[in-house]
Design a protein around this ligand. Structure first.
Ligand code: SAH
Ligand code: SF4
Ligand code: F3S
Length: 439
């Protein structure tokens, strides 16, 4: 019998990337094979994001591209899932009449069942309940398997922080941690499959273990994963400044497998804006954390996120953001124009900032950051860095590619047999987003 084929398109954050990998693996465990193109698939899925308005538009335009395909091959089943699907629910079916089913963020483990309902009962199921069921998480992630040198492990779902601009708590539901025993077992399975670096994922990994889990906090979890044979490197994201404890900062000094890089989103340098954002820390607290991190691990790379044009952000508030950037000098950042999201507090706040002002602020911020990113990258020249070899370089020419402990990409000449090994590389050239070196 011909194997059924699936095709998955993914938008959004690393958590979505990882969920899609787990879905793919779940489908393969059920006998499906990966289709190289959507036209060859029997089941097409899109895992969506809704963090900003643009993300919604991207998802709908992607689904729109399958209109013709569905017309020519009506038996293909199209499922829309993830955060945008969670938010729009049944609305997806009315907006796109050829979509067959909608799966929410806590229903990914039910995709096969939903596809069966479409095939056998001609139904158009919409499953968007968010029961916060730990068994549902395990049902999905138990399929996770090694695929290369690096892997993600989701350690928790949801978020309870309700930053006033953010839709995530509404579309991912309540914070819930997985038991550390399950996470360690997954790390062990991945290591046996050849994985050497794991990134522990959650919206706010610093509060790991506070809701759900099995008593371990995040620092303990990192130590337990560090005991897994074969795992050489541990990274994690995202950290929230309000929950970054001294205990966790100490991990960077005391756990050799914890890599010296932290993504610590600050969002704004203005106390008034941070308060309106409900971030629950102020500028001074954030700067204090940076000082502690650098004391614990002088070579630590620090990256962040910014939102510009939050309601009420004045020129003076924005200058505070730039001054914070000059004070910290981040290795890199992601920066976004504020986008009002349905149901969030900030979407109805006064003091809306004009689009043109948002654009000007974003350009100034990105300009400043590019200078910092370039300077930090150039400072790598002449350094010797331990690089985990991940694969052949995208640049081709028999080059290998890997990352430094600080998570910078390095391309260098070397034998493909070094794949999965840590090697020492001397940095010889630098660009803002990559380095070149010699073994
Ligand atoms: N849980 C993580 C990140 C969540 S989303 C954290 O708390 O940091 C990633 C980034 O998207 C956020 O850090 C923020 O900078 C940005 N973001 C979230 N909602 C947004 C919105 N409504 N408009 C613009 N940017 C937003
Ligand atoms: Fe959104 Fe804030 Fe939760 Fe991050 S911590 S996911 S920004 S609500
Ligand atoms: Fe997007 Fe959902 Fe991630 S909204 S950023 S895919 S948690």
């Amino acid at each position: 019998m011909r194997k059924l084929k699936y095709y998955i398109e993914t938008f959004g954050c690393q958590m979505n990337d990882h969920d899609s990998l787990a879905i793919a693996s779940m489908l393969e465990d059920a006998g499906y094979a990966k289709a190289p193109r959507p036209a060859e698939a029997d089941l097409i899925l899109v895992n969506t994001c809704t963090i900003r308005d643009k993300a919604d538009q991207k998802a709908y335009s992607q689904i729109g591209r399958w209109r013709l395909l569905k017309k020519e091959k009506p038996e293909v089943i199209i499922g829309v899932g993830g955060c945008m699907a969670q938010s729009d629910g049944r609305g997806v079916l009315s907006r796109v009449p050829f979509v067959d089913f909608v799966f929410g963020t806590q229903n990914m483990h039910n995709i096969l069942q939903m596809a069966d309902e479409v095939r056998q009962k001609r139904l158009r199921p919409v499953w968007t309940a968010m029961p916060g069921d730990p068994a549902a998480m395990e049902a999905l992630y138990s399929h996770a398997k090694a695929d290369g040198i690096k892997a993600f492990i989701t350690v928790m779902q949801g978020c309870d922080n309700y930053c006033s601009y953010c839709i995530v708590p509404y579309v991912r539901g309540r914070e819930l941690s997985r038991p550390s025993a399950e996470i360690v077992a997954e790390a062990r399975k991945l290591a046996e499959g050849g994985v050497r670096e794991v990134t522990l994922l959650g919206q706010n990994v610093n509060s790991y273990g506070q809701k759900g889990g099995d008593g371990a906090d995040f620092a303990e979890l990192i130590r337990k994963v560090g005991e897994v044979e074969g795992i050489l490197r541990i990274r994690f994201t995202t950290s929230h400044p309000k929950d970054l404890t001294d205990r966790l900062i100490d991990i960077f000094a005391s756990e050799p497998k914890a890599m010296p890089h932290i993504h610590l989103p600050v969002q704004s340098g203005s106390d008034a804006i941070l308060r309106a954002m409900n971030r629950k820390y102020d500028r001074a607290h954030y700067l204090g954390l940076i000082a502690k991190l650098r004391a614990a691990r002088p070579d630590i790379a620090i990256t962040t996120d910014f939102i510009v044009g939050f309601p009420g952000e004045s020129d003076a508030d924005f200058e505070e953001t730039l001054s914070l950037m000059r004070e910290v000098v981040f290795d890199n950042c992601f920066s976004f124009k504020f986008s009002p999201r349905r149901g969030t507090k900030a979407s109805s706040m006064e003091g809306v900032v004009a689009e043109k002002v948002k654009e000007e602020r974003l350009a100034r911020l990105q300009d400043l950051q590019l200078g910092h990113t370039t300077a930090k990258s150039l400072a790598e020249i002449g350094q010797k860095r331990v690089v985990l070899v991940e694969g052949s370089s995208k640049a081709g020419g028999g080059q290998l590619s890997g990352r430094t402990p600080q998570n910078r990409i390095v391309n260098f000449r070397g034998d493909a047999a070094l794949l999965g090994r840590e090697v020492e590389v001397k940095i010889t050239a630098a660009w803002p987003n990559s380095l070149a070196g010699e073994l």
